[in-house]
Structures are given as C-alpha cells and as structure tokens.
Design a protein around this ligand. Structure first.
Ligand SMILES: *[C@@H]1O[C@H](CO)[C@@H](O)[C@H](O)[C@H]1NC(C)=O
Ligand SMILES: *[C@@H]1O[C@H](CO)[C@@H](O)[C@H](O)[C@H]1NC(C)=O
Ligand SMILES: *[C@@H]1O[C@H](CO)[C@@H](O)[C@H](O)[C@H]1NC(C)=O
Ligand SMILES: *[C@@H]1O[C@H](CO)[C@@H](O)[C@H](O)[C@H]1NC(C)=O
Ligand SMILES: *[C@@H]1O[C@H](CO)[C@@H](O)[C@H](O)[C@H]1NC(C)=O
Ligand SMILES: *[C@@H]1O[C@H](CO)[C@@H](O)[C@H](O)[C@H]1NC(C)=O
Ligand SMILES: *[C@@H]1O[C@H](CO)[C@@H](O)[C@H](O)[C@H]1NC(C)=O
Ligand SMILES: *[C@@H]1O[C@H](CO)[C@@H](O)[C@H](O)[C@H]1NC(C)=O
Ligand SMILES: *[C@@H]1O[C@H](CO)[C@@H](O)[C@H](O)[C@H]1NC(C)=O
Length: 379
C-alpha cells in the first residue's frame, strides 16, 4: 500500500498558513468562459433546487461513480478514483496528474472555495470551534489530496475559504475554473436537502444579477453521490448561468453523463489535452458539445448502471483481494482531436506498464471491474 498514507495522530503535519493567491486569466472558451462547480452531499432535489433548475437545464441521467463521498470528489478532478472506497486521509503521489495540469498548460486560472476552511494552506479537518460539529472536511476538498497541489504553495494558495470568494468577486479576481464546497451543514451532509437547497439558492440567486459573475459562465450544481447505496447512483444535476440560453431554461437533457463529464466538458470547451483516464470519451454536456462538435454518445444500457461500489485498486482499503496496481494512463488514446497531455506521457515512461482506460462510455464498478491490459512498448 505504498500509495496510501493513513494519518495517525503523530503523522498529521501541522500545515502553516500560506499566502492566498488569486491569479486571473481570460482564455476564450467555445461555450463558456468560466465554469463554477458546486457540490452538495448525498441528497436529492427539493423546491429551492427546482427553482434553480427552472433557470437552467436539468441533467436527468447524471451519475456518481461509486460510494462513499471521497472517491467521487477525487474522480471529478483526476478521471479515476483508483479503487478508493473510503473517506480516510489520502495523499496521492505527485506524478498522478489532475485537471489542474490540463488547465495550467493552457494558462487557464483555477481555484477552489471551501466554506469555513480556517486559513489557506490548512490540510486537516476543522470542526466548529464552539459546537464541535463537523464543519470543514478535507474529504470534500478534492485537490488537497494530490501532492502535486498540496506540496506546491503556488497551487495550494488557490484553495481558499468562501470569505475569500466574496473578496475575489468584489475585486473581479475570480478564476475561470472554480470548485465550491459548502460546509457539512450547508451541503446537506449533516442536515437535509432542504438546507442544501436553501444554501445553494441563497448563494446563487444574488449572483444571478451580477454581470461579472454570470456573463458567459456555466454553473454546474450537483451532488457527490445518491443517498441510496442499493439503487442506481443517479444525481439531481443542473446547468445554469449566462452560458445557458434563456430558451433552454426549464428544459431537460437526458443524455448519459457522470463525474468524468465534468472533466471532458472542460477539455472540449477550451481545447485542452486529456489525462488519459476515464475523462477521455466521457460525454461532453450537450449544451457545450453543440458548440465544440463533440459527439454525445448513447450509453449501451443505462438500466444496468449502478456504480454503487468501488472496484479493486491501489487505494482500496478492503481485503487484500481488493488491491490492484496503479493503472498507467492510456497514452495512445485520442478523442475528438484531443491527445494525452505531454507531461502525463513523459511521467508515465517506465511505469508498471498496465492500463485499463479505453474510450468506452461504460464506466466500471465492483460488479464489472476494469480489465488491465499491457501498454504497448513498455515494461
Ligand atoms: C479565510 O482564510 C483567510 C486566509 O487564510 C483567513 O485569514 C480567514 O480567517 C479565513 N476566514 C474564515 C471565516 O475562516
Ligand atoms: C456552516 O455554514 C453555515 C452558513 O453558511 C452556518 O450557518 C453553519 O453554522 C456552519 N456549520 C457549522 C457546523 O458551523
Ligand atoms: C455582459 O455581456 C453583455 C452582452 O454581451 C455586455 O453588454 C456586458 O458589458 C457584459 N458585462 C460584463 C460585466 O462583462
Ligand atoms: C449495488 O446495486 C446492486 C443492484 O441493485 C446490488 O445488488 C448491490 O448489493 C448494491 N451494492 C451495495 C453496496 O449496496
Ligand atoms: C436517488 O436514489 C433514490 C432511491 O433509489 C431515488 O428515489 C432517486 O430518484 C435518486 N435520485 C435521482 C436524481 O435519480
Ligand atoms: C434572459 O433572461 C433574463 C432574465 O430572466 C434577462 O435579463 C435577459 O435579458 C435575457 N437574455 C436574453 C438574451 O434574452
Ligand atoms: C444540442 O443540439 C441538439 C440538436 O440540434 C438539440 O436537440 C439539443 O437540444 C441541443 N442541446 C442543448 C442542451 O441545447
Ligand atoms: C509514479 O511514480 C512511481 C514511483 O516512481 C512509479 O512507480 C509509477 O509508475 C508512476 N505512476 C505514473 C502513473 O506515472
Ligand atoms: C487504449 O485505448 C484504445 C482506445 O479506446 C484501445 O483501443 C486500446 O485497447 C487501449 N489500450 C490498452 C493497452 O488497453
């Protein structure tokens, strides 16, 4: 288990506050110039979320990729969860690339806003100091688990709390890709979907009048996972913002999407390279695909999609039989003209030599585990 570092009381490093950074850019995208991603927790739709949906498009076949929370967050930025089946303290080696590598290669600014994270550079959990209730949690902050981000102050400094979101908004210093995590109360985790809906509408509704925030912006509101483990892991998901034409408000898009679509849509919009994982070939949201020319494919059998348990992998905390090697990216994949990022290809030279990624639309789960194949020309 050399990739998995479990925190013991002694091993937890006390991370010091580091300077907060707010770099900006204005790289023109084909369908939007900013993506705002908001994740709630384990819940479903309610009246406030329905109100938001009436100002956007509902994605009625959008799926999580497993249970519990953390692997879903990880997958949405890395294109895989590498067998992760728990919410434990995770540190992923620096040669495992993420969406940050893709964005930076094109000069696109990015950031994340985490409600109640006590200071920039903080790497632990932070309960409410008075009530001791769960408040800010690391497992819902996807990028801090990657050493390529956490060990680089130039990157870690862009992961800030929502107080600094308000400051960046006022100063017109918002990045072009941003991920927002409400706290454990606000996101519905320790409360209910009513609270999650109230928080999300309370956050977005005032911003709908803000041209700087809304213009050419795509807002994705979704959940990490469905609350039920035994049913298909489908999520109530909305696209809204200035990039969604008024004529589409209140409509439904029933194409198959999952958390990997969050990466492929960004790749298509800005013509980025890929990670060579499940991001390649994941359906691009139709709203965006219509502008980029990406084909939106039909899933062969949506009735068999469960995605409710993790397949074996390097981060699987279960029995020995649930361990499997870290897959290499499939560097030969090319999709809609997009190739695997150069640095990913270089990093993976001399690796273990097995991959399980293809351009298939079907995402594996425990009942249908991924099949490793030797990468041609290596090992
Ligand atoms: C947010 O982060 C900043 C910068 O580290 C810190 O000064 C501030 O106290 C934090 N705000 C809250 C509400 O925790
Ligand atoms: C989370 O933030 C909300 C405000 O958005 C606040 O009402 C709530 O008390 C916070 N949760 C905790 C556990 O402090
Ligand atoms: C938003 O877009 C409209 C229409 O294209 C334009 O008139 C306006 O200046 C833009 N506002 C900002 C803040 O960029
Ligand atoms: C996942 O769903 C399948 C089909 O309903 C079910 O057989 C299986 O027990 C579920 N797994 C979990 C962990 O609930
Ligand atoms: C989440 O799962 C529950 C239980 O099966 C189901 O009723 C609900 O419709 C699912 N949510 C979505 C958005 O499909
Ligand atoms: C879209 O609707 C909003 C209000 O709902 C309005 O302010 C805006 O002008 C409309 N845009 C277009 C292009 O019609
Ligand atoms: C994309 O284009 C197709 C074909 O014209 C259309 O049916 C669909 O509604 C469009 N999707 C969105 C989300 O606008
Ligand atoms: C990452 O580095 C480790 C240790 O050098 C190596 O074994 C592994 O193959 C690399 N993985 C990838 C995906 O490059
Ligand atoms: C890489 O992906 C391509 C395209 O899906 C597939 O044909 C090929 O088999 C994959 N390579 C390996 C080693 O699995």
């Amino acid at each position: 288990m050399k990739f998995l570092v479990l925190a013991s009381a002694l091993a937890v490093a006390i991370a010091a506050e580091i300077p907060s950074l707010s770099p900006i850019s204005s790289v023109q995208g084909k369908a939007f110039n900013r993506l705002v991603i908001i994740w709630n927790e384990n819940t479903d739709y309610d009246t406030n979320l329905k109100w938001l949906a009436s100002h956007g498009i509902t994605l009625s076949n959008y799926f999580a990729v497993t249970h519990p929370s953390q692997p879903n967050y990880i997958s949405s930025v890395a294109g895989d969860y590498f067998g992760l089946n728990n919410d434990d303290h995770l540190e992923i080696p620096a040669n495992i690339s993420t969406i940050v590598d893709l964005l930076e290669a094109k000069g696109i600014s990015w950031g994340s806003y985490q409600e109640d994270m006590p200071y920039t550079g903080f790497l632990d959990d932070f309960p409410n100091p008075v009530t001791k209730a769960n408040m800010y949690v690391r497992k819902h902050n996807p990028l801090v688990s990657f050493d390529s981000v956490a060990k680089n102050p130039e990157r870690l400094g862009r992961i800030k709390n929502t107080t600094l979101f308000e400051a960046d908004l006022r100063n017109r210093q918002l990045p072009q890709w941003l991920f927002i995590t409400p706290n454990m109360t606000s996101d519905g985790h320790d409360t209910s979907v009513t609270t999650a809906g109230e928080w999300t509408r309370g956050f977005i509704e005032p911003l709908m009048q803000n041209e700087y925030f809304m213009n050419d912006t795509l807002i994705l509101i979704t959940f990490d996972e469905n609350h039920s483990y035994t049913s298909p892991n489908r999520l109530f998901t909305i696209l809204m913002g200035g990039a969604v034409p008024n004529a589409s408000h209140g409509t439904t898009d029933d194409n198959y999407y999952d958390h990997y679509s969050e990466i492929s849509t960004v790749e298509a919009n800005w013509g980025l390279s890929t990670l060579g994982r499940f991001d390649v070939g994941a359906n691009v949201f139709s709203l965006v695909a219509n502008k980029t020319g990406d084909a939106v494919r039909t899933h062969p059998d949506i009735s068999s999609v469960y995605l409710n348990e993790s397949y074996p992998g390097v981060f699987n905390g279960g029995k020995k039989s649930s361990w499997a090697p870290m897959p290499m990216p499939n560097n030969t994949m090319e999709w809609e003209g997009r190739k695997v990022l150069d640095s990913v290809v270089k990093n993976s030279q001399g690796g273990s030599g097995e991959t399980y990624y293809t351009t298939d639309l079907v995402i594996p789960d425990k009942a249908h585990p991924p099949v490793y194949k030797k990468v041609a020309g290596s090992g």
